[in-house]
Every structure is written in structure tokens, then in C-alpha cells.
Design a protein around this ligand. Structure first.
Ligand SMILES: C[S@@+](CC[C@H](N)C(=O)[O-])C[C@H]1O[C@@H](n2cnc3c(N)ncnc32)[C@H](O)[C@@H]1O
Length: 220
């Protein structure tokens, strides 16, 4: 599937194939959710199967019990996070579009994760305050409207525990981080990356996935 190879940071197809064959990202789950997405005439803009595996492994590495996702779509990244949570764990995932949220709820149900995932519907910036009493959180994954990435990061700075992890997808803004006239989305991502890297609250890196996965560990 070309989507899988395109979304992996390594560009040599034989090395991508090797990595897929050895590490086996969950392509059947991806295909199932992708089919549900297309049947609902939603945009198939999930993270790739390898990104899903990265999210699962990172969630396990952090020992996350309370996780937040901004941008649910049909639930592929959400399943990747939710199934890696520690016992009694909970994922709060935010989705603007009620149609997307309904499809995602079906995904979580079919994955046997409905009891550990809460889908909150509406603009994330307005809804995030509703879960603050459940924090501090161990992991925040940002994958929604790019212009608001800096605001989501500000929220994560306050609501993550020290040692918690923030992740921002599409951190290369599809190449536009080096554009001479970055659009509004790229400007949001530029500000997010800059704050994450130099704001003093996180030790951060750019994981060189195909689309860039920025990652920071909260220091203070
Ligand atoms: C790239 S998709 C998320 C993909 C998903 N993380 C995955 O990989 O399976 C972005 C989602 O964010 C939602 N979204 C956009 N703006 C939003 C906002 N302000 N608040 C919450 N969700 C938003 C979109 O409706 C869309 O479903």
C-alpha cells in the first residue's frame, strides 16, 4: 500500500518493506478503519500504520494511564494509543465533527475499547477544560487543526505531568516549514515547533517520520 511506504521516514522502498515485515505495524486494523472512513465519505487522513505503531510503543514507554488526543477522525490513532494504556487507563479524544465522532465510536466499540475511550465532540479548544479535573495527563497527541497547535501545546504545558509526553503530527507541515511564505497552517506548526523546542518546558525532538512527529518530554 503506497500510503504506508509514503508515510514512513525511510525513503528506500526495500528498507521500508524490511521494516514492515519485521516490526509488523497493524495494517489489518488500519485497512478496516480506512474502509469504514471511506464508506462514511470521510477524508482518509489518518496517521499511517507505522505511526500507529510508534504511538502504541510510545504510550507503553511512558506507562501512560491518562491520555489525550486532539483530532479523532475514525479512531485509528486512538485505538493505537488506547490499547497501549496501563490498566484502568483512559483516553479522552476530541473531535470537531459529530459524523467523524460517530464513526470513531463504532471503531472503539469494535476494537473492544469503548469502556476506556471518551469521545468529546466540538472545538477542542473549547472542550479541553471539561477534562482538566481528570489530569494531570501522561500523554497528549495533537493531530487536528494546525493553526491551533500552539494553543494545544500551551494546554499540554499546564495539564501534563512532569515526565509526560506531548506529540504533534505533521510537524514538517508537508514541507511548508521551510516555505518563504508559510500559510496559516504552517505558521501554526512553526510556532508549535519553536515553542516545543526552545520554550524551556520540554526536552524535545523531531522524530523523522514521513510527515514529522514532534515529541517533547515535560521537564517542569
Ligand atoms: C488528521 S485528522 C485526525 C486523524 C487521527 N488522529 C488518526 O490518525 O486516526 C484531524 C481530525 O481533527 C478534527 N478537527 C479539526 N479541527 C478540530 C478542532 N478544532 N477540534 C477538534 N477536532 C478538530 C477533524 O475533523 C479531523 O477528524
Amino acid at each position: 500500500m503506497s500510503f504506508i511506504e509514503k508515510s514512513y521516514g525511510q525513503t528506500d522502498p526495500s528498507l521500508v518493506r524490511y521494516a514492515r515485515e519485521v516490526f509488523r505495524p497493524d495494517e489489518s486494523l488500519f485497512e478496516e478503519i480506512d474502509a469504514r472512513t471511506r464508506a462514511a465519505e470521510m477524508p482518509p487522513i489518518h496517521v499511517s500504520p507505522f505511526d500507529g505503531l510508534h504511538l502504541e510503543v510510545l504510550t507503553r514507554a511512558v506507562g501512560a494511564r491518562r491520555a489525550v488526543e486532539i483530532g479523532t477522525l475514525a479512531g485509528f490513532s486512538g485505538v493505537s494509543i488506547a490499547r497501549a494504556l496501563a490498566p484502568e487507563g483512559r483516553l479522552y479524544t476530541f473531535e470537531y465533527d459529530p459524523g467523524h465522532a460517530a464513526v470513531a465510536r463504532q471503531t472503539f466499540l469494535e476494537a473492544g475499547l469503548a469502556d476506556r475511550v471518551e469521545v468529546l465532540v466540538g472545538p477542542a479548544l473549547e472542550k479541553l477544560s471539561e477534562i482538566e479535573s481528570a489530569g494531570p495527563f501522561d500523554l497528549v497527541f495533537i493531530d487536528a487543526d494546525k493553526a491551533n497547535y500552539p494553543a494545544y501545546l500551551e494546554w499540554a504545558e499546564v495539564n501534563l505531568r512532569v515526565g509526560g509526553v506531548v506529540l504533534g503530527d505533521n510537524a514538517f507541515a508537508w514541507g511548508n516549514v521551510v516555505s518563504e511564505s508559510p500559510d496559516e497552517d504552517a505558521q501554526g506548526i512553526l510556532a508549535f515547533n519553536q515553542r516545543l523546542a526552545t520554550g524551556g518546558r520540554f526536552r524535545s525532538t523531531m522524530l523523522p517520520t514521513g510527515e514529522g512527529l514532534a515529541m517533547g518530554v515535560k521537564l517542569r
